[in-house]
Write a protein that binds this ligand. Structure first.
Ligand code: HE3
Length: 557
């Protein structure tokens, strides 16, 4: 590197080159005076700048890109409120294992300690909700800080990084090269002795059961996991974010999803285990006290990171390293398991409950529509080339528990932070990352308005997505739990919004489902319409209390 090599390059231009070097194709955000130099430099690059209608949604879109590709999505915001608006998006990505790098503009370095327009200690604000949060202190540090930020976001359990970029650093002459990632990096295999010991424990166990967590659904991990299940024939349960990790022919091994409350058939199956093998498990999704409250079983932990030790989560063996590679070696040492009578019977009863529930759902003809009928119809519509993005709410529990998919990261679901508003931004991300596929996102009428302004972004991008809104006039997931606790609900009701008119006002198409027998036809019509389509449906939530009752294996919820 020599000073003459880049006579006119400024910091912002090097920032953009660093993004290009990392393979970034899109950045999402809103400009302001403290970050406009980067926006200006982006114009001279192949990177597409996508203006959003709120920085939180920019972070959600970037998080969705990270979850689907494994490479960090990038959000960009100006100083002060622009950066503070990123907090929820970055916290969600960080909890849920999604690689994101956010760049925030900042006042000049010499003004950092002054009370001036839009000054804020952004690094301190973002530190607790990111893996990496730092200020670029000098033009010479741009390459270092950016490369470290990407490496932090994408390695181990992926998460969020925040870079605070003062405006004088962006404007300063910057005669420095981009820094490149090593061609080979990341964790290797877990320790060979630990793998051998894990195999010994699994082979001698009476009733080992596999518990999949959010990292199990990373495509490479899912691939290795499928071979492990084929070889071992072990029963499997998974958290919500593990959706799609196993494949269709392994469905008979699958006891279902666990999460939110230990009241599911899959919990019943897990209860039978004398050994639980966790794969990519993160307690943020489903705490160990929910499934190992009595500490009656051994645990083998397989993850990129060491276990978070808990009174109810003290693994006997820990396989820390690359999950896919470790599973592959472990698979070679595992004997095929004859299913123990206890778990075999539970699995058989789970399968018969599933069939019964399907029959019941198919015959639900009332309006408003029962959630089980909607799930039944959506299951028929959900081809392998459809990405499903779910917001949070009661509707999400119906879907997470009863709708099955067999492609890794086909379903994006928020379970770490359970953040309202993620679905539509994730759908925009999916329409960018998987342009030839179908995209369906779903929210409640509460969650929809958390990010519905991004419909305009979707219209501008001509995103081919269908966003379904389940309408009941309440924040039901909270209402139903309040009623169970206090006998009444507080602060959960809101007024109606005509989602068809709302969609039209944004330039999108709006449709309504008025009867359960129309679901298939309306949804197919929506999928055929170019650009974003919003589909509203009034839902019958009278059974929602069952979602939270402690009745395991009840076929009605
Ligand atoms: C229960 C969750 O905490 C939930 N998520 C939230 N996310 C944010 C950003 N802020 C507050 C909450 C609290 N939560 C609420 C109120 C939820 C209910 C969602 O209501 P709808 O109408 O979107 O769906 P439904 O009626 O099906 O529950 S989730």
């Amino acid at each position: 590197m020599s000073d003459n090599q880049f006579p006119t390059q400024n910091g912002a231009q090097l920032v953009v080159k660093m993004l290009q070097e990392q393979g970034v194709t899109h950045v999402f955000g809103i400009p302001g005076a403290k970050i406009d130099a980067v926006f200006d430099a982006l114009l001279d690059s192949p990177i597409k700048t996508i203006v959003t209608r709120h920085e939180q949604n920019a972070a959600f879109i970037a998080g969705g890109i990270g979850r689907m590709t494994g490479k960090a999505g990038v959000a960009i915001a100006t100083s002060g409120p622009g950066v503070s608006n990123l907090v929820t998006g970055l916290a969600t990505a960080n909890s849920e294992g999604d690689p994101v790098v956010a760049i925030g503009g900042a006042v000049g370095l010499s003004d950092t300690l002054k009370q001036i327009h839009q000054t804020m200690d952004a690094v301190a604000i973002l530190k607790p909700v990111t893996k990496f949060s730092a200020t670029v202190q000098s033009p010479s540090a741009i390459g270092e800080v950016f490369l470290n930020a990407f490496r932090a976001a994408e390695s181990g359990r992926p998460g969020a990084s925040f870079i605070n970029l003062p405006k004088d650093i962006q404007a300063a002459p910057c005669p420095f090269n981009v820094l490149k990632s090593p061609t080979h990096f990341g964790p290797g295999l877990a320790d060979a002795d630990a793998i051998a010991e894990a195999a010994r424990l699994i082979n001698r166990a009476e009733n080992p059961i596999v518990l999949l967590g959010l990292s199990a659904s990373k495509p490479a991990n899912a691939e290795a996991l499928r071979q492990f299940i084929d070889q071992s024939n072990l029963p499997v349960v998974g958290t919500f974010q593990a959706a799609g990790a196993i494949c269709a022919h392994q469905f008979e091994n699958f006891g279902g999803r666990v999460g939110q409350l230990a009241n599911q058939p899959a919990d019943r199956l897990l209860d039978t285990a004398d050994l639980v093998i966790t794969v990519g498990y993160d307690p943020v999704e489903y705490g160990p006290s929910d499934w190992n409250g009595k500490n009656t079983r051994e645990i083998i932990h397989i993850d990129a990171l060491p276990a978070d030790i808990d009174n109810h989560y003290c693994p006997s063996v820990e396989l820390t390293g690359d999950i896919a590679r470790t599973l592959s070696v472990l698979t070679g040492q595992i004997l095929r398991h004859d299913r123990n009578a206890l778990s075999a019977n539970v699995l058989i009863s789970i399968q018969s409950d599933r069939a019964q529930l399907q029959l019941m759902a198919a015959n639900m003809h009332g309006s408003p529509v029962h959630p089980l009928r909607l799930v039944y119809e959506l299951q028929k519509l959900l081809t392998d080339d459809t990405t499903l993005c779910l917001d949070m709410g009661s509707f999400h529990l119906w879907i997470a528990r009863h709708l099955y998919t067999f492609r890794a990261r086909q379903v994006l679901i928020t379970n770490g932070q359970q953040t309202l508003g993620v679905a539509l931004p994730w759908a925009i991300a999916a329409s960018i990352v998987r342009p030839s596929e179908k995209v369906l996102s779903i929210s409640g009428d509460g969650g929809f308005l958390f990010s519905s302004m991004e419909l305009e972004t979707a219209v501008r991008l001509k995103s081919n997505l269908v966003h379904m809104v389940w309408i009941d006039g309440t924040y039901d997931m909270v209402a139903v739990q309040e009623k169970a606790k206090y006998g009444r609900s507080s602060g959960c009701d809101f007024g109606p919004v005509d989602v068809v008119l709302y969609a039209q006002a944004m330039g999108a198409t709006g449709l309504m489902i008025r009867h359960p027998d129309e679901i298939g036809a309306v949804m197919r019509q929506a999928m055929e319409i170019p650009g974003p389509v919003v589909v509203g449906v009034h839902v019958d939530y009278r059974d929602n209390h069952k979602l939270f009752e402690m009745v395991r294996g009840d076929a009605s919820c």
